[in-house]
Design a binder for this molecule. Structure first.
Ligand SMILES: Nc1ncnc2c1ncn2[C@@H]1O[C@H](COP(=O)(O)OP(=O)(O)OP(=O)(O)O)[C@@H](O)[C@H]1O
Ligand SMILES: [Mg+2]
Length: 451
């Protein structure tokens, strides 16, 4: 006698066979402010233990699933990290999200062209300049007055320049150097106050000049004379001068070139002309700082419109080849502090790197470098982990929060497949490409002789 057939809905089957099939993140019914809303997302590909896999950091944040919208994409060379990022941005655009990319290898050109925009190509002595000292206006609604706002902007400029000079010097700034720098920033910021920031705010040359030739009033304020203050700031001035008068001049050493638009769907800063420069991390930091400064103008804080979610558009800022920034303690510290502002700025930051040891190659266990790696990871609740060698996985597993089974799996992941850690949940996702997208993501032309 046959056993009678049992019929159940797929929802009930999920309870009968738990742990076998993931329901995924997207298309769940979630209550928001008393109403029912959908936590949607863009299709990434196939969940190898479930069905389709969709993801949108802004939606997941709004639903309370994530507490920060930042992402780290990590994996060996050629595993499909950039291909995922490019199609992710392309698909997010359907939902009105915008993307700003720091592109050190010059490989986002095809993506820019399908969007109808030209990458902003930066090269020493080229026609385009970005002023990294353009600063983001302070977060709205925080009650800061004009004076406090100006102080906050001077603080942001001081932080950035201190990081750039610490990175060039290869050590932290001395207290005397830091004060000389802050005074120079204050003098150049106040002399530009009240005028149009886009054309006459402080620039690297004006700050270098103020460091080399300080004002008597500044010197008095720290109990020294002009010669003493000039001596305090001299090393910092000479390091920063490299961006102004040395081999790297003509990119970040003047007011931002007119006509650059940040209101389109995609902005790509192409730094391929300096990809082999030893100062790549510093240049990428200048480019990232300039992008971050533009965010205040175009975004709303993440979650600021919980009752009207559609009004919160959101920008995804991608730093591809982020190891160049993260390997350098000075600028890595700046990057981490700027990530902390992601929610206030309405931005989801994405860093793409090869391995976590990019972060701590020079750091002993327990060193500041390792602390930075930890901090950056805890500020990135989404970690997309492509294949990595077993030794690397062993080191990275505790930092990435991989279980022993996941750590065993990661070295065997094939191209295009990644382990997604989203908040406390894990997904094994095969990134799917459409035939049209293949031409946007292809970086193999030099390998197979088509170049
Ligand atoms: N999901 C996928 N399906 C099919 N092909 C893919 C997929 N992902 C990437 N590829 C192909 O693999 C090649 C390498 O991909 P990609 O440039 O994204 O690697 P990467 O991890 O960013 O490498 P690198 O570390 O050198 O920057 C590309 O030419 C791309 O077309
Ligand atoms: Mg890549």
């Amino acid at each position: 006698m046959g056993i009678p057939a049992h019929e159940a809905t797929t929802r009930h089957l999920g309870a009968v066979y738990p742990f076998l099939s993931e329901p995924g993140l997207g298309n769940r019914m979630v209550g928001v402010g008393g109403s029912v809303d959908r936590a949607g997302g863009v299709l990434v590909g196939r969940d190898l233990l479930g069905s389709t896999f969709a993801y949108d950091p802004f939606e997941l944040y709004r639903c309370g699933f994530l507490t920060n919208p930042n992402m780290i994409v990590i994996g060996q060379i050629g595993r499909g990290k950039s291909a995922f990022v490019k199609t992710y941005l392309w698909r997010l655009a359907v939902f009105g999200r915008r993307a700003w990319v720091v592109d050190p290898k010059g490989e986002y050109g095809a993506l820019a062209r399908v969007w109808g925009v030209e990458p902003v190509a930066l090269r020493p002595g080229g026609p385009i300049r970005l002023n990294p000292l353009d600063t983001a206006s302070p977060a709205r609604g925080d009650g800061t007055g004009a004076r406090a706002g100006a102080e906050e902007m001077a603080r942001q400029r001081g932080e950035l320049l201190a990081s750039l000079s610490a990175a060039s010097l290869g050590r932290s700034l001395l207290p005397t150097e830091r004060s000389a720098l802050d005074l120079a920033v204050a003098v150049t910021s106040s002399s530009a106050q009240g005028s149009d920031r886009s054309t006459s705010g402080p620039t690297l040359p004006t700050v270098v000049d103020a460091l080399l030739h300080p004002e008597a009033e500044s010197a008095r304020s720290v109990g020294t004379d002009v010669a003493g203050l000039a001596a305090d700031g001299r090393n910092v001035a000479l390091e920063l001068r490299r961006l102004v008068a040395g081999d790297l001049q003509g990119m970040f050493d003047g007011p931002t070139s007119p006509g650059l638009r940040l209101d389109g769907p995609l902005v790509v800063l192409d730094l391929s002309a300096v990809y082999h420069s030893a100062a790549l991390g510093i240049l990428m930091t200048c480019a990232t700082a300039w992008l971050q400064a533009g965010l205040g103008a175009v975004t709303k804080a993440v979650g600021s419109d919980r009752d009207h979610p559609k009004r919160t558009d959101g920008v995804v800022v991608v730093v591809d080849e982020a190891w160049a920034i993260l390997a350098n303690l000075g600028v890595a510290r700046w990057l981490q502090s700027s990530w902390k502002l992601s929610r206030a700025r309405g931005v989801s930051n994405v860093a793409v790197l090869h391995r976590l040891s990019d972060l701590d190659t020079t750091g002993a266990v327990g060193s500041e470098q390792v602390g930075l790696a930890r901090g950056l990871l805890s500020d990135s609740e989404t970690r997309v982990v492509y294949a990595q060698p077993p030794g690397e996985v062993e080191r990275a597993a505790p930092l990435l929060g991989l279980s022993s089974t996941e750590a065993e799996l990661v070295p065997h992941l094939r191209r295009g497949v990644a382990l997604w850690k989203v908040g406390t949940r894990s997904f094994l996702v095969q990134h799917r490409l459409s035939p049209h997208e293949l031409s946007i993501v292809d970086t193999d032309e030099r390998m197979d002789g088509r170049a």
